[in-house]
Design a protein around this ligand. Structure first.
Ligand code: UDP
Ligand code: MG
Length: 329
């Protein structure tokens, strides 16, 4: 009697791509080379998410899927942003072990082996820490350090500096993560919040294979704001303290000037003190209003409850159109 081979665990790679047509061929080649070396231990699937690219990314992904039935892709109807695209891929991953990574070559596929080694030690979550490559700009290094410092002090969560969205999750933490309903997603913080035993792997982040970073200053500030506002009420408390402090300081300042000027005729100084005090109080109240509006806008978006992303089509739809229903991985 022939013994059938035990079923191998399914490893899912989830990789979002936004205008990465020039980087994708090399990334895909490196990724499949690494995955093929693991085929004794795992079966695998690759889930690419095209986040509304305007270049040749869709054509590249369609080609990968045509050539290999283990490759699937989702195309979002427009650019929804990295965290939403990543979430879309995670929702569609079918594996028991799921690894998310970028498609620009800055998350080297060879590191997958180190992630799996830590998983074999029994960790359901393995996160990565980026060793800053010398080619990484000073601004990126500085802003990242500043952000994680603020995060640690405001939310009390010890998210390590240089944490990347290159991580391994097993099914239980992934299912728990996908149950978190927030619209403004800061996945690093959310995974940390879940609290599963977590191992760390450091890796050297090389320069991108091609193209430019999509994280402009505005996007970086938005992600940092999402992280801070989702996990902390310190910005609100800081605005309250600032407003209150300015009111007290203005009151003390104006009263002391009034006391000092009373005997003399320097009403001009008194008027100036009044104007400065009024502006200081107004500034504090503006800061408070701004902080309240930020939280209110989040509640508003959450209440609207729109989907995080919209899928325009998937590799399965395209295969049906082409008359070639795909074999499930
Ligand atoms: N990305 C995405 N949607 C976006 C921006 C980026 O799917 O709106 C993808 C991008 O293609 C890459 C990853 O997210 O695979 C990280 O983006 P990028 O390399 O531009 O960020 P950086 O490494 O500079 O932080
Ligand atoms: Mg990158």
């Amino acid at each position: 009697m022939r013994l059938s081979r035990p079923q191998l665990p399914l490893l899912s790679i989830v990789a979002p791509a936004y205008d990465e047509a020039d980087a994708l061929p090399l990334f895909h080649e490196q990724l499949t080379r690494v995955l093929d070396t693991l085929r004794e231990d795992f079966s695998y699937e690759v889930v690419y998410v095209d986040d509304g690219s305007t270049d040749e990314t869709p054509a590249a992904l369609a080609r990968f899927a045509r050539e290999d039935h283990r490759v699937r892709y989702l195309r979002l109807s427009r650019n929804f942003g990295h965290q939403a695209a990543l979430t879309a891929g995670l929702v569609h991953a079918r594996g028991e072990i799921i690894i998310s990574m970028d498609t620009d070559g800055q998350h080297p596929p060879a590191v997958i082996r180190s992630l799996l080694a830590r998983w074999r030690e029994g960790y359901p979550v393995v996160v990565t820490l980026r060793e800053d490559h010398h080619s990484l700009g000073w601004f990126k290094k500085l802003s990242s350090r500043l952000f994680y410092w603020a995060m640690r002090h405001c939310s009390g969560m010890d998210i390590r500096p240089a944490a990347a969205d290159f991580r391994l999750l097993t099914r239980a933490p992934l299912d728990a993560l996908l149950k978190l309903p927030e619209r403004h997603r800061f996945l690093r913080g959310m995974v940390h919040w879940l609290g599963f035993p977590t191992a760390e792997v450091t890796f050297d982040a090389p320069p991108r294979f091609a193209g430019k970073s999509k994280f402009t200053l505005v996007r970086m500030v938005r992600l940092a704001r999402d992280g801070l506002l989702s996990f902390s009420r310190v910005p609100l408390h800081a605005a309250i303290i600032l407003a209150f402090g300015l009111i007290v300081a203005s009151f003390i300042g104006c009263s002391s000037i009034w006391l000092a000027c009373r005997p003399a005729e320097s009403w001009g100084w008194l008027l100036l003190a009044g104007i400065v005090g009024t502006h200081a109080v107004a500034g504090g109240l503006w800061a408070l209003l701004f902080a309240v509006c930020e939280y209110l806008a989040r509640i508003h978006e959450q209440v609207l409850n729109r989907p995080l992303y919209v899928i325009e089509r998937t590799s399965d739809d395209d295969a049906v159109v082409a008359g070639k229903p795909r074999v499930a991985a």
